[in-house]
Design a protein around this ligand. Structure first.
Ligand code: ZN
Length: 185
C-alpha cells in the first residue's frame, strides 16, 4: 500500500521540460547542407530541400549530372573559356531542378531551403511550381545577371526570400551529437 501511494505521488516525475536543439529552419537547412555534401561537383556543391506547410519534406536534391549516364565522361571543370560542350554548365542539373524532378507531391505553397541563392533557370521552375518562400544560406553570386533575374522572377511571382544564418554553436552542437552517435555500439 505504501509503495502504491508513493507511485501515485511521484507521477509528475516524467513531466520534464523538453526542447529541440534546432528550429525548423535549421532542421531543413542542415538537410540541404547534407544533400550538398553528396554532390560530386568539385567547385560548387548545392543542396535543396522543399517542404510543405506541415513541415513535411516533399523532396530534396543536389547538383549533379544526368541520371543513368557515365559521369566520368562529363567535363566537371568550370573554365568558361572553352566551348560549352566542354564545360560542366552544359550538363549539370542544379539542386533545385533535381529536387523538383524527383518530387513526390505538389509544390504549391511550399518552402524551399537551398544552400545557394537560386539561379534564374531554377527561379523559373520554382515560380512555375508556385512555391511560396525561398530560404537560402549563401548569396555569393548576388551581383550576377542570373541572380538579379532570379530576384526579379521571385518579386513578380510574389515569392518571398530570406537569408538564414546558422550559428557556429548550432553546427558544433550538431557535430558533437553526430560524433556521440557513432560511439554507441
Ligand atoms: Zn539553378
Amino acid at each position: 500500500m505504501k509503495n502504491k501511494e508513493k507511485a501515485n505521488s511521484d507521477w509528475r516525475v516524467n513531466y520534464v521540460p523538453v526542447d529541440s536543439k534546432i528550429n525548423w529552419d535549421e532542421y531543413f537547412m542542415l538537410q540541404a547542407m547534407l544533400a550538398s555534401y553528396k554532390s560530386k561537383d568539385p567547385n560548387t556543391k548545392v543542396g535543396c530541400v522543399i517542404v510543405d506547410d506541415h513541415n513535411h519534406q516533399i523532396t530534396m536534391g543536389y547538383n549533379g549530372t544526368i541520371a543513368g549516364i557515365d559521369e566520368t565522361l562529363i567535363p566537371w571543370g568550370n573554365n568558361r573559356e572553352v566551348p560549352l560542350e566542354h564545360q560542366k554548365y552544359g550538363y549539370v542539373i542544379h539542386s533545385e531542378a533535381n529536387a523538383i524532378s524527383h518530387a513526390k507531391g505538389n509544390l504549391a505553397s511550399a518552402r524551399v531551403y537551398v544552400t545557394l541563392f537560386p539561379c534564374n533557370e531554377c527561379a523559373k521552375l520554382l515560380a512555375s511550381h508556385r512555391v511560396r518562400e525561398v530560404i537560402y544560406l549563401s548569396d555569393k553570386y548576388s551581383e550576377s545577371p542570373e541572380n538579379r533575374i532570379a530576384k526579379k522572377i521571385f518579386q513578380m511571382s510574389k515569392i518571398s526570400y530570406r537569408q538564414l544564418s546558422l550559428s557556429e554553436s548550432t553546427l558544433e552542437g550538431f557535430s558533437s551529437y553526430l560524433k556521440s552517435l557513432i560511439k554507441i555500439k
